[in-house]
Ligand binder design. Structure first.
Ligand SMILES: [Zn+2]
Length: 314
């Protein structure tokens, strides 16, 4: 696989850039994701390409796995150098062209309501006006949107896309982002899992990104595929795909159990449950919408009810 390069980010943890993949074809190079838009990250990205003797001028196509800042924030810097064709899932296209839409998939309304009523817990200074996810990311891992006139090829679930000599099945795997895309190479049987299966931990999810329900369905789908190795968007390559899926599924389902156990003791507020599941650290910023995803699912399945900010087990 000389024509497939895994360009690993120095730091596996967000907000560092996501890993990048480069595939060579007869016309030059195809990149999968470009990383985050902060200057220090884009400089590093261009330096890495140089070290690989990969001239950015020879990149003719960029596939974006999903419209998140650590995957496509560097597009602005890239587009100053080249004018590539963009490939993106049809569901993610609108967010990539208008990054204000990310407020919806990040369920910013839920975070805003939570932190405005629990100000002392907020890891950021809450603005007077509406909380905007891109302003928040600006100094951590900045985002850039695609210009309206760029050439875009949309891809959809289950279609086959050939990049160089590699034949990928497109898997729309929501949960972490509405049109999050994983790519399964059908001949070599490797998976570019994006953010939904990493070597460690469990990805972030919110009601607007598809929530726990979509994430579990995405994992079920991938579990059925023959996968010899996984190249995630964060961290190292790994082999034990099925084992990791089991662990991630267990962790997600365990969150439902933990919520129900807490509610067994009596009605709770969202704040109580976030504290039980995520403690009292800065992880609350991610925890609020994760807990909210579970609550919506538990409510939908008739296991809990909510009234006057109180959540009760039925
Ligand atoms: Zn992401």
């Amino acid at each position: 696989m000389d024509d497939f390069i895994f360009i690993q980010a120095n730091n596996p943890m967000w907000p560092a850039s996501a890993n990048i993949f480069a595939i060579k074809d007869d016309d030059g190079w195809i990149l999968i994701d470009v990383g985050c838009g902060l200057r220090k990250f884009t400089k590093l990205f261009f330096k890495k390409l140089e070290q690989l003797n990969l001239n950015i001028k020879n990149v003719h196509t960029i596939l974006i796995t999903h419209a998140h800042p650590d995957h496509m924030g560097a597009m602005k810097a890239v587009l100053k150098k080249i004018n590539p064709k963009i490939i993106i899932n049809e569901i993610e296209k609108d967010s990539a062209l208008n990054i204000d839409l990310l407020n919806k998939s990040f369920s910013i309304d839920v975070m805003e309501a939570y932190f405005k009523s629990n100000l002392f817990e907020s890891p950021v200074i809450m603005p007077d006006g509406p909380f905007d996810i891109n302003k928040f990311f600006q100094f951590i891992c900045s985002m850039s949107q695609l210009p309206a006139d760029i050439e875009i090829q949309t891809i959809k679930d289950d279609e086959i896309i050939c990049l160089g000599e590699y034949k990928f099945r497109v898997l729309t795997t929501p949960g972490h982002a509405p049109g999050h895309t994983s790519l399964h190479e059908v001949n070599h049987q490797f998976l570019l899992s994006g953010d939904i299966i990493g070597e460690k931990g469990v990805t972030w999810y919110s009601p607007g990104s598809g929530g726990s329900k979509s994430l579990l369905s995405s994992l079920d789908r991938i579990e059925k595929l023959p996968v010899k190795s996984v190249f995630p968007s964060h961290g190292n390559k790994f082999e034990n795909c099925k084992q990791r899926i089991k662990e991630i599924r267990h962790k997600i389902l365990q969150r439902n159990e933990l919520i129900l156990e807490e509610l067994e003791k009596g009605p709770k507020t969202l704040q109580n449950l976030v504290k039980s599941l995520f403690g009292s650290t800065g992880t609350k910023l991610i925890g609020v919408v994760i807990v909210e995803s579970h609550l919506r699912e538990l409510e939908r399945t008739g296991l809990i009810e909510r009234s006057d900010n109180l959540i009760k087990k039925i």
